[in-house]
Design a protein around this ligand. Structure first.
Ligand code: HEM
Length: 410
């Protein structure tokens, strides 16, 4: 396969991109893709280099003409007039980034994560008990969407009953990541984002009167480095980021992990026999099916990556999903290997100053879930009466549309 034949905007390629990743890694680990007007960076070493040099490779690409996810002027004007422009200040560089990250980081301290363990186990047990009453399910709907959304609503400090509404808002929010939405659809996306923003503002106001140990309370009281209150638009942007970042990716990993178990009874048996291996299984799922497949940076100055000259102002697309199959780091990269010597060397959570804040929650959710699922269900297999599972089209995220499985309760 020639790199010039690869188009990662093509839904057929997105469904099974792995041969393309192999070709890019072997022949063009840094490669300009006109379809996205960016240099696609696939090699593990080059991505590690980029994410640790924020002074050269900025995450703040607001000014770049291709940066706007909501592209039509009418949809953007609607957001700006009735809500806030789509913006998260976590996509800034140090030193500004440090203050915004600090504003939400309390909720991610080890003690706060550990305190959610019983809650997560209770949600998992309740969902697994429902699955055991049947001999099959649509796993995305019946499990993978619910657990991360229950965790996100709890972290934010909003009622669990609102999970379905927030899930809807989050799904609509990510639609522009697929590129090419009609103006009509973008207007709908903007309307729903405004509704989400109003919901978040109302809850932050309520937190001032009735504080809790949660992220919306922290955001409601958040200050800038100089002690002034953080502007409302910025607080809302951070909360939106946490909802989408905390939910879509974990849902994706739960679905991918279950799809692997349904195709690999030997792996399910190994985890059942030795539950301590679930931690390694989770890392391999993240590596092989990286939920956050790629994200952008912009070159602040002329630079070079893997011998390729990159002019100042160019966008680069860091393809975490390809780097996670880089044979120079992972032997037999396409194989799920529970005995890998470097299980956490993957870049599924990125690395450097923007490394995923929610990784400890994601790991906890995934580990508790898969430990319980393999103990509760036997003979897990894809449902042969349903079409093979396929993914929601998109450049950045990799999530199954649906996952119909059969099993026997143990
Ligand atoms: C399997 C699940 C998850 C995956 C694969 C994932 C992946 C990522 C990646 C790749 C980045 C960095 C992007 C970059 O460097 O450009 C990131 C950042 C982030 N993630 Fe996650 N994430 C997951 C779960 C979560 C959860 C559960 C939360 C919150 C509850 C969360 C919150 C965040 C936040 C706030 C950032 C921005 C950090 C910053 O810019 O300083 N993520 N995530």
């Amino acid at each position: 396969m020639k790199p010039s034949d690869i188009n990662l905007l093509d839904p057929v390629t997105q469904e099974d991109p792995f041969a393309c990743y192999e070709a890019l890694l072997a022949r063009a680990p840094v490669y300009f893709m006109p379809e996205i007007n960016a240099y696609m960076v696939s090699s593990h070493a080059a991505i590690r280099h980029v994410v640790t040099q924020p002074a050269i490779w900025s995450i703040d690409f607001r000014a770049h003409p291709d940066a706007q996810l909501i592209k039509t002027p009418r949809a953007r004007a609607l957001l700006e007039s009735e809500g806030f422009p789509r913006d998260t200040k976590l996509t800034t560089d140090p030193p500004a980034h440090t203050a915004y990250r600090a504003a939400v980081s309390k909720a991610f301290m080890p003690a706060r994560v550990a305190a959610q363990k019983d809650f997560i186990a209770d949600v998992v047990d309740a969902l697994v008990a429902q699955l055991r009453q049947r001999e099959g399910c649509e796993f995305m709907r019946d499990f993978a969407w619910t657990l991360p959304m229950r965790v996100v609503t709890r972290l934010l400090g909003v009622p669990a009953e609102d999970a379905d509404r927030i899930k809807h808002w989050s799904d609509v929010w990510v639609e522009p990541l697929a590129y090419g939405l009609s103006e009509e659809r973008e207007l709908y996306v903007a309307q729903e984002e405004i509704a989400l923003q109003k919901y978040l503002v109302a809850h932050m106001e309520a937190k001032l009167a009735t504080p809790g140990e949660d992220i919306l309370t922290e955001l409601a009281n958040a200050k800038m480095a100089d002690g002034s209150p953080m502007p409302l638009a910025e607080k809302v942007g951070l909360a939106e980021h946490l909802i989408v970042g905390g939910h879509e990716t974990a849902t994706s990993a739960l679905g991918s992990g279950m799809m692997i178990l349904a195709q690999r009874p030997d792996i399910a048996a190994a985890l059942r026999a030795d539950p301590s291996r679930v931690e390694r299984f989770v890392e391999e799922v993240l590596r092989l099916e990286s939920p956050s497949a790629g994200f952008f940076r912009v070159a602040v100055q002329d630079a070079e990556l893997e011998g390729v000259h990159i002019p100042a102002g160019s966008m680069v697309h860091l393809r975490f999903a390809a780097a996670n199959r880089d044979a120079s780091v992972f032997a037999r990269p396409a194989e799920l290997d529970l005995d890998r010597p470097n299980p956490r060397a993957h870049l599924a959570f990125s690395y450097g100053v923007h490394t995923c804040l929610g990784a400890p929650y994601a790991r906890l959710e995934l580990q508790v879930a898969f430990r319980a699922l393999v103990q509760a269900l036997d003979d897990i297999a894809l449902d042969p009466s349903e079409p093979p599972p396929s993914h929601i089209p998109g450049l950045s995220l990799r999530t199954l549309k649906a996952l119909h499985i059969r099993y026997l309760a143990r």
